[in-house]
Design a protein around this ligand. Structure first.
Ligand code: 5AD
Ligand code: SF4
Length: 441
């Protein structure tokens, strides 16, 4: 018997890439590959890349350079680039880095086995099409490996919003939703394999409109209610949402659907209407704040999370102050803030850039405010009882770590809970990035 070939996958960027990498590993499992954690003993290296900001894209080329010696030591090693850099740069990647054998865009993963076979014959293999067929159906997993308590599940891909700074509509293509039954089947399969919490993924997940069993388009809220019926599934989350698609049925689900967790990632990007307009966001700071009021009326304890860009072209100090005001008003439990990064091919790339030092300074001020809120919200958890889904042992003997409904990491010492258990925990202390407490009862 020949020993299995080894596949090393490195994943960059968002949660959807994490999901895609799992599916690619499963697809290559069908070709006799097993995953390895080290590139040194791999027969194939796959970088699943991110193109959202310049630094993310540049990382790919420096990483590829580091693999050069491996190819000298093992001429049979095949190196592939997948993900959004693959989609955006295509053939250019092989020109810039000739040791790359294979380039596959995010919509063509199901063709990975064929591309790998082609690369094995010594030819360069490339596929960055947006094919009609459902890649997820072609990527059905086998063998059914046991899973940890939490999993991502892609339900929607692509984006039609065309924010002026963003490459996603170009790299991931137009919005597409998977049919309800396929999502439900996949969720049930995950539960059979040990999963207790699913996070539904989509670049614009709340714009989900997959075909239901009755032939009509179902909203995300309706899909969530369907998943809510699955025995053994204890928690449902979803990310990332756009304010304009936050419909009433989804807001109501946050108050009525018991498995839907009180956490919402709802990026606003800026608090200045002038900048929001230039970003092509088609909402205002005011409409966003009103929306949050409505969501908090439905679910008062919901923990809000968001994304921000500072230093967008033409952003003035007054615009930036409006962002700080909005953040002060919302008080995010988590928020991700980025310095604007010029992306070739996007409308904003043509515009006057903000001074880099000024943008750095704004980023620091924004992050200081966000960190303060985050810490205060975490400290407010002390003395409260939360539900924790335990995921893994902690670093100390007898310790277990899990996540609260608000997505805070929680450590419990001398813990008799098992992986996958959902238990009440009384919070006793808040550290910089996690909480700790004791099991109740
Ligand atoms: N520059 C900086 N940040 C960006 N994002 C998207 N495009 C850019 C860009 N060109 C941020 C947005 C988005 C998150 C995923 O990444 O805040 O919500
Ligand atoms: Fe990019 Fe999100 Fe805007 Fe779509 S909605 S273009 S994914 S930032």
């Amino acid at each position: 018997m020949t020993s299995p070939k080894k596949l090393f996958i490195k994943t960059y960027g968002c949660q959807m890439n994490v999901y895609d990498s799992e599916r690619m590993a499963e697809a290559m499992g069908g070709q006799g590959y097993v995953e390895t954690k080290t590139p040194e003993d791999a027969d194939m290296i796959l970088l699943n890349t991110c193109h959202i900001r310049e630094k993310a894209a540049e990382k790919v080329y420096s990483e590829l350079g580091r693999f050069k010696h491996l190819k000298v030591e093992n001429p049979d090693l095949k190196i592939g680039v997948a993900g959004c850099v693959a989609q955006a740069e295509g053939q250019e990647i092989m020109r810039r880095q000739p040791l790359v054998d294979l380039v596959v865009g995010p919509q063509s993963y199901h063709r990975l086995p064929e591309l790998e076979a082609k690369a094995r014959t010594g030819k360069k293999a490339l596929d960055t099409d947006f094919p009609e067929e459902d890649k997820f159906e072609r990527l059905k997993s086998r063998p059914k490996a046991q899973r940890g308590p939490t999993a991502f599940l892609t339900v929607q891909e692509g984006c039609d919003k065309f924010c002026a700074f963003c490459v996603v509509p170009y790299t991931r293509g137009a919005e597409v939703s998977r049919p309800v039954q396929r999502v439900v089947d996949e969720a049930k399969d995950l539960v059979d394999r040990g999963v207790r919490e699913v996070t539904l993924l989509g670049q614009n997940v709340n714009a989900y409109h997959g075909e239901g069993p009755d032939g009509t388009d179902w909203s995300l809220a309706r899909l969530i209610w369907e998943l809510n019926k699955i025995d053994g599934l204890k928690r449902i989350r979803f990310t990332t949402s756009h304010p304009n698609d936050m419909n009433d049925d989804l807001i109501a689900a946050h108050s009525e659907c018991e498995k839907l967790m009180p956490y919402l990632h709802l990026p606003v990007q800026s608090g200045s209407d002038r900048i929001l307009k230039r970003m092509n966001r088609s909402h205002t700071a005011e409409s966003y704040l009103r929306l949050i009021e409505k969501i908090r009326a439905a679910r008062p304890d919901i923990l809000m999370s968001g994304d921000f860009i500072v230093g967008f072209p033409e952003e003035t100090e007054a615009d930036f102050q409006a962002t700080l005001d909005l953040v002060e008003a919302v008080r995010y439990g988590y928020a991700y803030s980025f310095k604007y990064s010029t992306r070739p091919g996007t409308p904003a790339a043509e515009r006057a850039q903000v001074d880099a030092a000024e943008a750095d300074d704004r980023l620091q001020r924004l992050q200081a405010m966000i960190t303060r809120h985050q810490r205060e919200i975490q400290e407010d958890m002390v003395g409260r009882t939360v539900n924790v889904l335990f995921e893994k042992p902690g670093r100390l003997p007898g310790q277990m770590v899990g996540k609260s409904e608000y997505l805070h990491a929680v450590h419990v010492d001398d813990c008799d809970a098992q992986k996958g258990d959902l238990r009440a925990v009384r919070i006793q202390a808040s550290a910089s990035n996690s909480l700790s407490g004791r099991l109740v009862g």
